[in-house]
Design a protein around this ligand. Sequence first.
Ligand code: C2E
Ligand code: SIN
Ligand code: SIN
Ligand code: FE
Length: 381
Amino acid sequence: MLNKETILNELISISILISSKSSLNDLLDTVLLKAREITNSDAGSLYLKEGNRLIFLITQNDTLKDINKNFKSYPIYIDKHSIAGYAAFTGDIIRIDDVYNIPKEYPFSFNIEFDQNNNYKSTSMLTIPMKDNEKEVIGVLQLINAKDKDNETVSYSDEIEKIVESFASIAAVAIKNVQLKDSIKRAHLETIYRLSVAAEYKDTDTGSHIKRMSKYSEIIARKMGFDKNYCELILYASPLHDIGKLGIPDAILTKPAKLDPDEWEMMKKHTAMGYEILKDSSEHLIKFAASIALTHHERYDGNGYPNRLKGDNIPIEGRIVSLADVFDALATKRPYKEPWPLDKIIDLIQVERDKQFDAKVIDAFLDSLDEVLEVQRRLSE
Ligand code: C2E
Ligand code: SIN
Ligand code: SIN
Ligand code: FE
C-alpha cells in the first residue's frame, strides 16, 4: 500500500497540475482522471452543483471506452433519494461495497439505468462531496469499481477514502476558482457590451446595430481563418467601435439630413475620441477595441479618416469592422437615410473592392452571406 510520503507527494503534484488548468472542462476531466488513478477505479462520474440540483457533467469508464459518445448531461435533485444527491445533501462520504445490495432501510437506492443501458456491472462505489474552503458542497465525485492488482473488483478501503477526501477538497477549491474567473470574465464582457448598447441608443433606436455588426465581424474573422480566441476578441471588442460618438452632440448625431462641413469635421472625430477613451487600458481586449475605434473608417485606398492609412497598414480588425459596420448601416434606417435593399448593398460592396474595403474581407463576407443574413433576420429590430 501507499506510504504517507508517497501520498503526500502525489497530492501535491496533482494539486499543482489541477491549479494550472484554466478551462473548466479540462479541469473537470483531469480531476476525475486523477481521482480514478489514485483509487484505481474502473469508472467514475463528476457532478457540479447548480442551484438546488446536481448536474451530471462527465463520466469516464475504462471498460466502456466509448461512453462519452452518446453522453448527455442531466440534472438530479439534491435530496436523499439518489446516492450522489444524498452525498451533496448531507455532505457525507458514502462508501458502498455492492450497489446491488444496499440495505432496504437506506434512504437512497442505486439507479440501475446506467448499468442496464450500457451492459455494465457496477459493484463498489465511493461517492465524495467536493467541499470548498467554506465547507460548501460544490459538486460530487463518484468512483466506481475499485480494482486490485489482478484487476479484480474490490471494495474501497478506509485509507483510500481519507486520501480521496483530501483530494476532493483540493479539487473543489480549484473548480471554484475557475468558476469565479469565468463568471468575472462574463460579467466584464457583458458590462462592455451593455455600455456599448447604451451609447448606441443615442443615434439608433435599439442598439441592435451593435449586436449585429459584432456578430458579422466575428463571422468574417472566422471565415478568414482566425482562431477561436481572435474571433471572440473581435466579437467582444467591436461593440465599442463608435463609443467616441458619446462626445458628439446629439443635434449632429440625430440630424435628419446631410451634415454641413463643420458638422462633418466634428463627426469624424468620433474615431480619435473613441481611441482616447480606450487606449490606456492594460487589458488586451480594450486596447484592441481602441484600435478598432481609431481605424474603422479608414479606407483600403488610403482616402479614409482619421489618418489616411492605406492597404494592409490598416489593422485587420479595422478592415473587418469597417465592412461589418457599413453593411449594417446601409441595411437599416438611420436618422439621415432609409434602408437599402440587399442587392444595392452588395453592388456597392463590389464597387468598393480595394477602394473602401479590403478584397480579402469582402470575399470572406460574401462567402458567409447566408450566415450573415441569418443573424440579420434573428437580430432585426
Ligand atoms: P453610421 O450611420 O453608423 O454609418 C457608418 C458608415 O456606413 C458610414 O461611415 C458610411 O461609410 C456608411 N454609410 C452609411 N450610410 C451611407 C450611405 O447612405 N451611403 C454610403 N455610401 N455609405 C453609407 P461615415 O460616412 O464615415 O459616417 C460615420 C458616421 O457619421 C455615421 O455612422 C453617422 O453617424 C454619421 N453620418 C454620416 N453621414 C451623415 C449624414 O448625412 N447625416 C447625419 N446625421 N449623420 C451622418
Ligand atoms: C446515483 O444514484 O448516485 C446516480 C448514479 C447514476 O445516475 O449514475
Ligand atoms: C457626409 O459627408 O456627410 C458623410 C457622407 C457619407 O455618409 O458617407
Ligand atoms: Fe464609426
